[in-house]
Design a protein around this ligand. Structure first.
Ligand code: SAM
Ligand code: SF4
Length: 343
């Protein structure tokens, strides 16, 4: 039984980095696999990891629970595509015990929406309240081009199902030069009409892809300036625990988030770390420094080694990132793909 003391301890942030920031938000990639091949995220002929390298669902549960014991309050499952992981609902249902005890404030996921129609009710039943769904364009032909394998109609059905199940949906769109840059206004109007927040993300130079990143890069200050010609954007203090800066849009009554890793430094308030599906802990999305948690996880059934490894890693969390797209080589500064750390 939980005593008053253990309850207090479990809710105190215990992972404090060298810059005094408490780590209370964990993003976990549950698979590197995906049923889409988005142009900016993956090459079409991606090679995925052998199964033995990927943490089992039980290992993922132990790992997440160890972080929750150390004061993590928000947990986001991502990927790859989290909903293509076999038996993913058993992990989600198991993790939801931490929602029931109050140790965890929020359990959520980022998904491409392709499987949402199937899972929306089960997610809601497990205590998931919000999901982020990535939709870069509402034009079905373009959607197929950007995702290579995706079907917009299925994703929109998934979003409908999520809404019907009572989940709050946030739409994430990566701003892509020459692809969706002239569609951002209708997308925002659609999202706000449907009652969804919209967050725009700048492309981040992560991992080798087939195309050219300098060509894809569309700075969000350009997008914002264009939006401000027609809409009134009021900066608001709204926070979801993520790095987005939010605006309320007077004309639509909706919220717009902007994530600008390249043009704006969002590191001071960083409260998050990421774990890959192989148990590599990245203390910063924009840096390569990592700590292996799989070895201590697999070395014993108890969590002592794991706990030590987590603490040691957090003591190395860097102050900020160094994202650059090298204009000469056009190579990314960070070599791993977004599907590895899950965004
Ligand atoms: N498959 C799920 C999805 O698409 O939402 C979850 C994983 S995906 C890697 C998470 C988010 O990262 C998506 O919103 C995706 O658009 C975004 N993303 C992927 N590669 C990116 C990149 N190079 N720059 C910026 N965002 C990226
Ligand atoms: Fe898959 Fe998401 Fe990457 Fe697209 S962005 S390829 S949906 S992991």
């Amino acid at each position: 039984m939980e005593t008053a003391n253990s309850f207090v301890t479990a809710h105190q942030p215990q992972l404090i980095d060298p810059f005094g920031r408490a780590v209370t938000y964990l993003r976990v990639s549950v698979t590197d696999r995906c049923d889409f091949r988005c142009l900016y995220c993956m090459a079409e002929d991606m090679t995925f990891l052998p199964k033995r390298e990927v943490l089992s669902l039980e290992e993922l549960d132990r790992l997440c629970s160890a972080f929750i014991e150390k004061g993590v309050r928000k947990l986001r499952l991502t990927g790859g595509e989290p909903l293509v992981r076999k038996n993913i609902m058993s992990l989600i249902r198991s993790l939801s015990r931490h929602l029931q005890t109050g140790a965890l404030e929020e359990l959520t996921l980022t998904t491409n929406g392709s499987q949402l129609a199937r899972f929306a009710d089960e997610l809601a039943a497990a205590g998931v309240k919000r999901v982020n769904v990535s939709v870069d364009t509402l034009n079905p032909v373009k959607f197929k081009e950007v995702t290579r394998w995706g079907d917009l109609a299925k994703v929109l059905d998934g979003i409908e199902a999520a809404k019907a199940a009572g989940l709050q949906v946030k739409i994430n769109a990566v701003a892509l030069k020459g692809v969706n840059e002239h569609e951002i206004i209708p997308m925002m109007e659609w999202a706000h009409d449907e009652g969804h927040d919209l967050t725009l993300i700048e492309t981040m130079p992560l991992g080798e892809i087939d195309g050219d990143r300098v060509d894809q890069y569309l700075p969000l200050n350009t997008v914002r300036a264009r939006l401000e010609e027609r809409f009134t954007l009021e900066p608001i203090a709204y926070k979801t625990g993520g790095p987005a800066r939010y605006y309320s849009v007077s004309e639509t009554g909706g919220r717009l988030g902007l994530i600008t890793p390249l043009t704006h430094n969002f590191c001071e308030g960083c409260n998050r770390v990421r774990v890959t599906c192989t148990g590599q802990l990245y203390m910063c999305l924009g840096q390569d420094d990592q700590a292996d948690l799989r070895e201590p996880l697999r070395a014993s059934e108890g969590n002592e080694l794991l706990s030590q490894a987590i603490e040691e890693a957090i003591s190395r969390k860097p102050k900020g990132h160094d994202f650059v797209i090298d204009r000469d080589t056009k190579k990314p500064a960070v070599s791993r793909h977004m599907s590895v750390t899950g965004g």
